[in-house]
Design a protein around this ligand. Sequence first.
Ligand code: C2E
Ligand code: MG
Ligand code: MG
Ligand code: MG
Length: 290
Amino acid sequence: DYALYYAKANSRGDAVLFTEEHERLLRTQSVIEQALRHADLAREMCLVYQPIVDVRRGRTVAFEALARWTSPDLGPVSPAVFVPIAERSGLITRITAVLLGQALAAARAWPDEVALSFNLSMADIASPQAAEGIVAAIRASGLKPGRVILEATETALIQDIAKAQAVLETLKSNGIAIALDDFGTGYSSLGYVHRLPLDKLKIDRSFISEITADPASRDIVTSIVALARNLKLDCVVEGIETDEQARLLESLGCVLMQGYHFHRPMGFSDTLHYLDREAVRAIPPVRAIA
Ligand code: C2E
Ligand code: MG
Ligand code: MG
Ligand code: MG
């Protein structure tokens, strides 16, 4: 089935291994890229929102906006698939602009205590001008910049630390918070993390799926919690799926949590119902008059 053949393809003239699988993948990627290039972004892209919960207070402190794309030709395509393709083909900044507009409008409907956490790609913060564009969009929306958290992954930031520092400073000086997403999955995490003006570390969910069975994952989470505390950063844990995981993480000192155990990502109108229900739960019961 795997008809293997060699081709002298790369610039050094080395033999490159091709498989039908690889070819199929490349075809799929170019199909997705074409569909993205011709997409009516404002109609085809939308966001779902997943709560980030303070488990001590039992309150939602933020929603993370997560992109959803339904192509008329391809159907739903996961962001794990289309975001990397959009990044490679230079389409991501247009997508970010559309999604950020939608997210800021959504966040204006939430109470002041509820923040918006929004994912950025490398290209979105590749230059101070790009960062200025993001700041301008936030200012234009009327949402307080202090209610916006921008999430970036370490791979997006460590390529050029000096530039990342400058860009993040621009965002921070405007009151916007910065979270380092998928923490622990990139390289040399410890070497640079104290050099970036961060507010939050988000522990990657790959550590969480193992945490109740694997002592090593538990040790890693414990170390990241201690690191965050020493650097005076908030620590957010993502990908919590079970009560057992949530309790264990709480015993390790984690307070801010996100995952299917709390809530799956939901559409905008559901966020309003969700917040209403939460507000009702938080009101202390009225004592009956005897
Ligand atoms: P991320 O920012 O780390 O987002 C967390 C992902 O984990 C989301 O997947 C979310 O739906 C999923 N998730 C949340 N809780 C659980 C859980 O308990 N169990 C499991 N198994 N998964 C959980 P999603 O929405 O498919 O997004 C995948 C990635 O795509 C994101 O990872 C982010 O890197 C990227 N992405 C999503 N939306 C955007 C966007 O608007 N802009 C950019 N640049 N990237 C985005
Ligand atoms: Mg994220
Ligand atoms: Mg993440
Ligand atoms: Mg992740």
